[in-house]
Design a binder for this molecule. Structure first.
Ligand code: HEC
Length: 189
């Protein structure tokens, strides 16, 4: 009897852990989706009104602002990262680099862009964190304007501004379908 109670207790505890991990993942996915939608809206508005020059400023100042807004309202740490950076402030840590490499490998073996997700509970400095990443795959130009600023051919006017703002820029030369980077979210448990 005692054994049964213990087994049941352990079972329900692990079930609760899985359930709470599931709800963290669901929340992280929601935040990521909202962040991306907002960014796309701001980008297309800026491209329409002022072209790439204005849109670069959207990426430069509005993207971090949107990330910050979502961080404040949700209690998560929300950001974007990549292995080929434009802004060095977005550099990945060791855990993020590992996940980005995993996304690239999964993509190379034909995994769809929509399922490039990874989450894990990690211990850092004696604290537990729920960490989540969602891959960002370069869409074709017909769908979204991303390649205008990250692709193989960039208009000279746009390239000149990027050169000036980001002398260390590595986020160019992408083709549609490649992993550009990821949204990265973190929450203290
Ligand atoms: C008008 C030019 C422009 C367009 C269009 C654009 N970006 Fe960017 N992108 C930038 C700039 C500028 C930065 C650097 C932002 C910063 O300083 O944080 C950036 C940064 C990023 C980053 C963060 C990692 C890094 O390299 O610093 C990702 C990921 C990214 N862009 C993906 C995309 C995606 C996906 C799209 C299409 C939805 C897109 N970009 C469209 C200019 C652009």
């Amino acid at each position: 009897m005692k054994m049964l109670v213990i087994t049941l207790l352990l079972f329900s505890l692990s079930f609760a852990a899985i359930a709470s991990e599931g709800s963290h993942t669901a929340e992280a996915k929601k935040i990521t989706g909202a962040f991306f939608e907002e960014l796309k809206d701001e980008l297309s508005k800026a491209l329409k009104s002022g072209g790439p020059v204005t849109a670069i400023s959207v990426c430069k100042s509005i993207a971090p602002d949107i990330a910050e807004k979502h961080s404040k309202s949700s209690g998560w740490d929300v950001a974007r990262t990549s292995r080929k950076l434009r802004n060095p402030n977005n550099a990945p840590d060791a855990w993020e680099t590992k996940v980005l490499l995993d996304f690239e490998e999964r993509r190379a073996t034909g995994e769809s862009a929509s399922t490039l997700v990874y989450s894990e509970v990690v211990e850092e400095g004696g604290e537990s964190y729920f960490r989540f990443m969602k891959g960002i795959v370069m869409p074709p130009l017909e769908k979204m304007p991303c390649l205008k600023c990250h692709g193989e051919t960039i208009e000279p006017e746009t390239a000149a501004i990027l050169d000036e703002l980001y002398p260390e820029d590595k986020a160019r030369g992408y083709k549609a379908g490649q992993v550009r980077g990821a949204f990265t979210l973190k929450k203290k448990l």
